[in-house]
Structure formats: structure tokens, C-alpha cells
Design a protein around this ligand. Structure first.
Ligand code: FPP
Length: 283
């Protein structure tokens, strides 16, 4: 049984969906491209930033539902390296909303044992935003429940470039540059997400069939789920439907059977437990 059923009454909305979920086959890591805020606002003749503001509620409810379900990692694409191209007012609003979210949600995160991490080129964030983000990451660092990765000023290609540069820098410092051999494990453990299993399920809202430079390395074997729902309308129902769709998929990892052959760990799982490299981590 999952803890979601403890807060639902039989017959209540989402009860059937929550009951249909197999708790032994949950995605360990769900990643979400939260898209459609602008269109949501446009359809209501509101400014784009109203869509971002309305996107806070679904962030809150998705974090809560993932924690109750027993998902281990949730990664949310909050701001890409390309998003700086947007009007200044929109970018500033996104920072304001992030600060608002951190302030409002910190007590809830603590109460529910949720740990916050930030992944991306965080050094480019406005100093005040970065300070508040670091404070929230520090404050939740001892929590052992759901890990929420906020991808901020994040780009999948930038992450791989940063990983390769950190490998080179480390080898230079160790004097082992001449004999350096790069393999998949070394790259995986040098990414911002080094301590996480790869995403099992990647959800994108608003119907767009794109990856948009998100977790390019890590989603090699992720199951993709695209919903027409715009992010501000994304509810617990949508999340449960995505998890149920995931549980119907036959994951073969390039092999033939539904289960990894010979009980082998799924690709990327071996990285779980390795310390973060390059991510904003608790000091
Ligand atoms: C994409 O929609 C969404 C974003 C660029 C920002 C996502 C931000 C939030 C959901 C709110 C704050 C988040 C946190 C974690 C506190 P879009 O603007 O590209 O939509 P469109 O494609 O319809 O224009």
C-alpha cells in the first residue's frame, strides 16, 4: 500500500487510480518538463507570468504526491540555460516565484522529510536567489525521504561539458592526465546527478514532443510520457495516470525480456550513493 491511500477515502477522486498502482514497481526517479505555462495564461488573456505563478500549485502537489507514493527522486525542469532569452520581466518573475516557493514550502519539506537539491550552472543565478537556494538545500540536507532536484539554469549539453571539464581538472590535479581513460561510469559519476539513479519516467506536459536539452545523458532508458495537460492544470490525477502508464510498459533495456537479464541492475543504477559532483550540495 502507498501512503497516498492514507489521505484518500474510498470512492474519493483518485482513490481508484492510487489503488491500481503497484507499489513494488514504482519509478524510482521521475523527471518532469513543466511546459505550457505561457499557453495557459494566453488562453485566459493573462500575461505569461500569470501562467508561471499558476505553476507553483502543481509543483507543490506533485512533490507531495511523489513523497506519499514513495518515489525516491523527482527532478523538475524549472529554468533552462536557454530561458535567459526571455524578456527580463519574465526571468525576474521566475526568480521571484522560486524565492516565494522556497520560503513557503520549507516548513512542508522539513515536515515531510524531503531533501532539496539544485542542479545546473548555479553560479550565474542572481546572488540573492542563489543564497536562498543554498540555505534551503542546507536546511533540508539531513532529510532522508524524497529527493527533489530543481534544475535551474540547467542544460543537458552544458552538464556533459561541465562533467568532462571536471574530469580533466581532477586528472590534472592528480597528475594522471596522460593515462586518463574516460568511460560511461566516469561520466555518469561526474554529472550533477551523480548520486541519483537515472530517471525511469520522463513526463512532459503541454503535448510537445521534445526533450529540450533535459537530462540528455540520464534519460537513455527513461520511459517517455507526454500529456496534453498544460503544467498549471497538472494534478495528482495526471501524475497517477502517468505512473500507471509507466507500469504498463515493457522495459527491455535493449534486451528481450521485461526484466533486466540475470537480475542485472538497470543502467545507471550503479551510480546511486556516489557523492554529488558539480551540484549544489549541502556544505
Ligand atoms: C515552461 O512554460 C515553464 C517554465 C520555463 C518555467 C517553469 C516554472 C514554474 C512551473 C514555476 C516555478 C517553479 C518552481 C520550481 C518554484 P512556457 O513558459 O515555456 O510555456 P509555453 O510553452 O506555453 O509558452
Amino acid at each position: 500500500m502507498n501512503a497516498l491511500l492514507e489521505v484518500l477515502l474510498p470512492g474519493e477522486k483518485d482513490w481508484d487510480l492510487a489503488q491500481a498502482i503497484d507499489p513494488t514497481r514504482l519509478p524510482e526517479h521521475i523527471a518532469i518538463i513543466m511546459d505550457g505555462n505561457g499557453r495557459w495564461a494566453g488562453r485566459r488573456r493573462l500575461p505569461r507570468v500569470a501562467g508561471h505563478q499558476a505553476g507553483i500549485g502543481p509543483v507543490r502537489s506533485t512533490v507531495e504526491s511523489c513523497a506519499r507514493l514513495g518515489v525516491k527522486v523527482l527532478t523538475l525542469y524549472a529554468f533552462s540555460v536557454e530561458n535567459w532569452k526571455r524578456p527580463r520581466h519574465e526571468v525576474e518573475t521566475l526568480w521571484r516565484l522560486l524565492r516565494y516557493y522556497l520560503k513557503q514550502e520549507l516548513p512542508n519539506l522539513q515536515k515531510n522529510d524531503i531533501r532539496l537539491q539544485a542542479i545546473g550552472r548555479l553560479e550565474a543565478l542572481p546572488p540573492q536567489v542563489r543564497r536562498e537556494l543554498e540555505a534551503a538545500v542546507d536546511a533540508t540536507s539531513a532529510n532522508r525521504g524524497l529527493l527533489v532536484n530543481l534544475a535551474i539554469n540547467y542544460g543537458g549539453r552544458a552538464e556533459i561539458v561541465d562533467a568532462v571539464n571536471s574530469i580533466l581538472e581532477m586528472a590534472r590535479l592528480e597528475g594522471s592526465l596522460d593515462s586518463l581513460k574516460i568511460d560511461e561510469e566516469l561520466i555518469a559519476t561526474s554529472l550533477y546527478t551523480a548520486s541519483c539513479p537515472d530517471p525511469d519516467l520522463l513526463i512532459r506536459t503541454s503535448g510537445e514532443m521534445r526533450i529540450s536539452n533535459f537530462l540528455l545523458w540520464q534519460i537513455a532508458y527513461a520511459e517517455l510520457y507526454v500529456t496534453e495537460t498544460l503544467w498549471p492544470d497538472f494534478t495528482r490525477t495526471d501524475l497517477l495516470q502517468a505512473v500507471l502508464a509507466y507500469q504498463k510498459r515493457d522495459r527491455r533495456y535493449g534486451g528481450l525480456s521485461a526484466e533486466p537479464v540475470n537480475g542485472a541492475a538497470k543502467p545507471g543504477a550503479e551510480a546511486f550513493g556516489v557523492p554529488f559532483v558539480g551540484a549544489l550540495r549541502p556544505s
